[in-house]
Write a protein that binds this ligand. Structure first.
Ligand code: NAD
Length: 297
């Protein structure tokens, strides 16, 4: 078992840290939110007043932060962790951020002989709670092998996508596809309901037909069709629209830099930006359903 410090205990990080405790690791946690920290301390984690104190004895540091600027703040600069961690510490960043930011942090880590792995995840809050996340890693093969047993405490599928930044690139591609699928699924459901079809019946038909996809299987966007998903609790919790627009922005930046045409991704990005601009940024991303038909019954 390892001595681990976990930074960022939000919708995803909270349950991930909880699973590390259940796996028997010696865990210290840190977050800017006292409430988030208290929940983990109640489960048996240690904590500290500052992030620097929190990593004092860490063999492994894991972070799950909202975006690139938070990752840079935590790791880079005079007060950043990389200037203070001992050589040979394994740092795993599971936040979804730009591949360039991830590579910049990895380069700084390398010059301090610290091992850094980008390891963004897929599987949502449900996967984080169940310990069935998919980890998509970028970094040296030996760093990946060192991280694997720890990641297995939080996930089911652990992939090595390639060198530093490759995990982020694969994750960005996946989330662009997810946004396109969720918008398309919402559009099809709205069309069917407009024609008088029952959304649950239509969902089952499409699930068993060639339109079947991840949203229909386990994350239906129409309220009341599926129990336990954000659509059935007014789109609270889950994966926020603001985080999806961030990820689609990362995909657009990357596509521009690589001269890769992404017309459907661009459309999905604009749909989600419009939706966020209408005050829905803090709702789950399946609330794009409301864009097609406000307040579906
Ligand atoms: P969140 O906003 O719920 O949690 C982020 C946490 O980080 C918050 O508790 C916040 O207080 C903390 N934080 C911010 N700055 C900090 C700092 N400097 N020091 C310590 N703590 C700090 O976000 P989330 O939904 O848990 O997502 C985290 C990351 O995972 C994002 O990059 C997101 O894109 C990605 N992701 C989310 C989901 C999902 O379904 N929510 C799925 C896959 C990937």
């Amino acid at each position: 078992m390892a001595t681990i410090t976990f930074i960022g205990l939000g919708n995803m990080g909270g349950p991930m840290a909880s699973n590390l405790l259940k796996a028997g690791h010696d865990l210290t946690v840190f977050d800017l939110s006292e409430t988030a920290v208290r929940a983990l301390v109640d489960e048996g984690a240690n904590t500290a007043d500052t992030v620097l104190e929190a990593v004092k004895n860490a063999e492994v540091v894991i972070s799950m932060l909202p975006a690139g600027q938070h990752v840079e703040t935590v790791y880079l600069g005079e007060n950043g962790l990389l200037a203070h961690l001992p050589a040979a510490t394994l740092v795993i960043d599971s936040s979804t951020i730009a591949p360039e930011t991830s590579r910049k942090v990895a380069d700084t880590a390398r010059s301090a002989e610290i091992t850094f792995l980008d390891a963004p995840v897929s599987g949502g809050v449900g996967g984080a709670k169940a310990g069935t996340l998919t980890f998509i890693c970028g970094g040296e093969p030996d760093a990946f092998e060192r991280a694997r047993p720890i990641l297995e405490g939080m996930g089911k599928n652990i992939f090595h996508a390639g060198p530093s930044g490759a995990g982020q690139i694969a994750k960005i591609c996946n989330n662009m596809l997810l946004a396109i699928q969720m918008a398309g699924t919402s559009e099809a459901l709205a069309l069917g309901v407009k024609n008088g079809l029952d959304p649950a019946v239509l969902s089952e038909i499409m699930k068993q037909s060639s339109g079947g996809n991840w949203a229909l299987n386990g994350y239906n966007p129409w309220p009341g069709v599926m129990e336990g998903v954000p659509a059935s609790r007014d789109y609270a919790g889950g994966f926020l629209v603001n985080l999806m627009t961030k990820d689609l922005g990362l995909a657009m930046d990357n596509a521009t830099a690589n001269h890769s045409p992404v017309p459907l991704g661009a459309l999905a990005r604009n749909l989600y930006e419009l939706h966020a601009g209408q005050g829905n940024g803090q709702l789950d991303f399946s609330s794009i359903q409301r864009f097609y038909r406000p307040d579906p019954e």
